[in-house]
Write a protein that binds this ligand. Structure first.
Ligand code: GDP
Length: 206
């Protein structure tokens, strides 16, 4: 699946623009600038699929990606879709905008039946923040399976990474919808990408 090209099919600014529920969806969420675009690009092995940008908060839509070569007609649906969610927690954005996309994120996470798993990205330099805890609260309440992924692991030392993994494991220990294994990745060094691909394929086929 990850050997073939993936394409962007739709940007969803509000719930009413969601495609009809079809293939299993795996979504990526995280604070602005967590390295989400870079990680998605590394996953599919395509530099420009998800837009990488140094301007936090620029992507404000749910962006849908599917493997190339499916018509989308009944009987020819792609085996899964990847959904790049708007980054959250960007303090400088206008309040009305923050509210609009917070609502979109929450509505999508709560209401999407075909959503199989959320990959919740955490910057290895910063660890789990309060807003990440809030997103986990929501996912636990909605019983949406999620797995934590540490990003930019190349930016911290091995010992610090081990400590962060340990701490984070403890934090999610009692969370009902959290997958117990935490993945450590670096889009830059290509670390942990194969493991993430395998986890995604499993989650989508569950
Ligand atoms: P997004 O806003 O979550 O989509 O984050 P981006 O993918 O645009 O990345 C934000 C910044 O972090 C950019 O400057 C990236 O070059 C940098 N970045 C992303 N992934 C990595 C990584 O694995 N290692 C390092 N060192 N930097 C990264």
């Amino acid at each position: 699946l990850f050997a073939r090209p993936w394409i962007f099919i739709r940007g969803v600014p509000a719930m009413k623009f969601l495609p009809p529920e079809g293939p299993p969806e795996v979504a990526f969420a995280g604070r602005s600038n967590v390295g989400k675009s870079s990680l998605i690009n590394a996953l599919v092995g395509q530099k420009g699929l998800a837009r990488t940008s140094n301007t936090p908060g620029r992507t404000q839509e749910l962006n849908y990606f599917v493997p190339e070569g499916y018509s989308g007609e009944a009987g020819d649906l792609p085996p899964m879709a990847l959904v790049d969610m708007p980054g959250y927690g960007f303090a400088k954005a206008p309040k009305a905008q923050v509210e609009a996309w917070t609502r979109l994120i929450f509505d999508y996470l709560r209401g999407r039946v075909t959503l199989k798993r959320v990959y919740l990205l955490i910057d290895a330099r910063h660890g789990v923040k309060k807003i990440d805890e809030e997103v986990m609260d929501l996912l636990d309440k909605a019983a949406v399976s999620y797995q934590l992924v540490l990003t930019k692991s190349d930016k911290i030392k091995q010992a610090a990474l081990a400590k962060l993994l340990e701490e984070t494991r403890r934090k999610i220990g009692k969370r009902p919808a959290a997958f117990p294994e935490i993945l450590a990745t670096s889009a830059e060094k290509g670390r942990g990408i194969d493991d993430l691909r395998a986890a995604i394929v499993l989650a989508a086929s569950a």
